[in-house]
Design a protein around this ligand. Structure first.
Ligand code: NDP
Ligand code: 2IT
Length: 449
């Protein structure tokens, strides 16, 4: 029976690859989830009868559109916009927008696929979607970014709505971009529909703690993984890749819990500061001045900048990849293990290659996959939607306590599910199985749609 199910799943995977050519990241994300599902189909044969896996791998709707805009010199540019509305079985489509030159349909589909499972894990009523553009905000003026965002929303607005599809930020989309996007949505629709976007500014419908939530939540998850092993973050040496939204607040919470972060990075290089990264300085350089991490070294003579360096060569006990997909390969995983790494918490989406994941699991380190570890961001987005719906605003303490409870619950759920399905300690299986069952049960209940 089990072997038959594995073969059935293998056939579905081959079909997904054939139907979605050239989308390597999407194939990778699908494969990782499908590999966990054999025992699920044995326990719930109706999921196979009703072709839930085949349906879950096919987005409900995919939107691709032209985004024309003018730069400050009056020259015209054309970018491509995407929104993939993956699954709305348990709530409106929810997920961020990524603006980065590497964006193409396959990237948005992998992110949307991950998102639908992540959102199910949060326990909140949110479906999965993702969007973005190959626009590069780096080096653009505020006015150029505004014109781009206005043009992007001029098409996207017709697909959105607080009960339909609710975007937020991701790489290259932060408070500035969300402001311009919300402004254009409000202007076109003539509605102050706060719940249509999350990650908004505090003065115009945003939630306290949303900015910090992904990073803080990721650290709460790692804290829980270490607790199971009768260990803690106190005194641990940590490395956090990236220096954007997720990385900054990961570093801040690690510091608050008594750990020492010795390195962070951007796509140009790595900063190593054995005394501990000066998080206030990173915030100022990246959030306010929009500078490169290289500039950190001119403020601290005892810090080292390695242009083009590999952050995973910096020895640490806890690694938190928080930049982008496939940033830890097999070689990096081996370097981390050799240097004594005992825990890996994925703040980014799919930052570890399949070979890297295999090595971490075989070595028995505490490995937390992105769809569980970084779910605090979207969970707090759902808390923002709750506040918008009730026209309320909660305190920082209250909201952070809720986030902590959600992350602690996700950890317990993934841990228990792994155990129930014969994979004790394997959070990859726990996260894939727990979230799949939740979405699949809703899809069965809603009929063949
Ligand atoms: P930001 O744009 O704020 O920061 C991204 C950081 O990662 C920057 O330091 C950037 O460096 C680096 N980076 C991005 N792309 C690459 C690349 N191709 N190679 C090397 N470094 C790169 O994004 P976020 O912090 O919001 O997102 C980081 C990760 O976390 C992404 O995987 C995202 O999907 C995930 N995530 C984000 C959530 C959120 O709420 N924001 C929620 C859950 C997950 P540089 O400036 O040089 O490009
Ligand atoms: O990957 C993610 O979970 C996000 N970028 C956040 C999504 C959201 O809707 O808050």
């Amino acid at each position: 029976m089990a072997v038959f199910m594995e073969e059935k799943i293998e056939a579905i995977y081959r079909q997904v690859m054939a139907k979605n050519p050239g989308e390597g990241e999407f194939h990778q994300a699908v494969k990782e989830v499908l590999e966990s599902l054999g025992p699920v189909l044995v326990k719930y044969p109706e999921f196979a009868d009703k072709k839930i896996i085949e349906r879950i791998c096919e987005p409900e709707r995919q939107i691709i559109f032209r985004v024309p805009w003018q730069d400050d010199k009056g020259e015209a540019h054309i970018n491509r916009g995407f929104r993939v509305e993956f699954n709305s079985a348990i709530g409106p489509y929810k997920g961020g927008l990524r603006f980065h030159p590497s964006v193409h349909l396959g990237i948005i589909k992998f992110l949307g696929f991950e998102q639908l499972f992540k959102n199910a894990l949060t326990g909140m009523p949110i479906g999965g979607g993702k969007g973005g553009s190959d626009f590069d905000p780096k080096g653009k003026s505020d006015n150029e970014v505004m014109r781009f965002c206005q043009s992007f929303m001029t098409e996207l607005y017709r697909h959105l709505g607080e009960h339909t599809d609710v975007p937020a930020g991701d790489i290259g989309v932060g408070a500035r971009e969300l402001g311009f996007l919300f402004g254009q949505y409000k202007r076109i629709t003539n509605r102050y529909e706060s719940g249509v976007l999350t990650g908004k500014g505090i003065g115009w419908g945003g939630s306290l703690v949303r900015k910090e939530a992904t990073g803080y939540g990721a650290v709460f998850f790692v804290r829980e993984m270490l607790k199971v092993r009768k260990d803690s973050l106190e005194g641990k040496t940590c490395v956090v890749s990236g220096s954007g939204n997720v990385a900054i607040y990961t570093m801040e919470k690690l510091h608050q819990l008594g750990a020492r972060v010795v390195a962070c990075s951007d796509s140009n290089g790595v900063i190593v500061h054995d005394k501990g990264i000066d998080i206030g300085l990173v915030k100022r350089l990246k959030e306010v001045e929009r500078r490169r991490i290289a500039d950190y070294a001119s403020h601290h003579k005892d810090a080292r900048y390695v242009a083009g360096g590999n952050i995973w060569d910096v020895p640490c006990q806890v690694a938190m990849p928080s930049a982008t997909q496939n940033e830890i390969n097999g070689k990096d995983a081996r370097a981390l293990l050799k240097n004594g790494c005992i825990a890996v918490g994925e703040g980014a989406n799919m930052p570890t290659t399949p070979e890297g994941v295999k090595l971490f699991l075989e070595a028995g380190v505490a490995f937390g996959p992105g769809k569980a570890v970084n779910a605090g961001g979207v969970a707090t987005s759902a808390l923002e939607m709750q506040q918008n719906a009730s026209r309320d605003s909660w305190t920082h303490e209250f909201t952070e306590r809720k986030l902590d409870e959600i992350m602690t619950r996700i950890h317990a759920n993934t841990c228990e599910t792994a155990e129930e399905f014969g994979a004790t300690g394997n959070y990859v299986v726990g996260a894939n199985v727990a979230s799949f069952i939740k979405v699949a049960q809703a899809m069965v209940a809603l009929g063949l749609i």
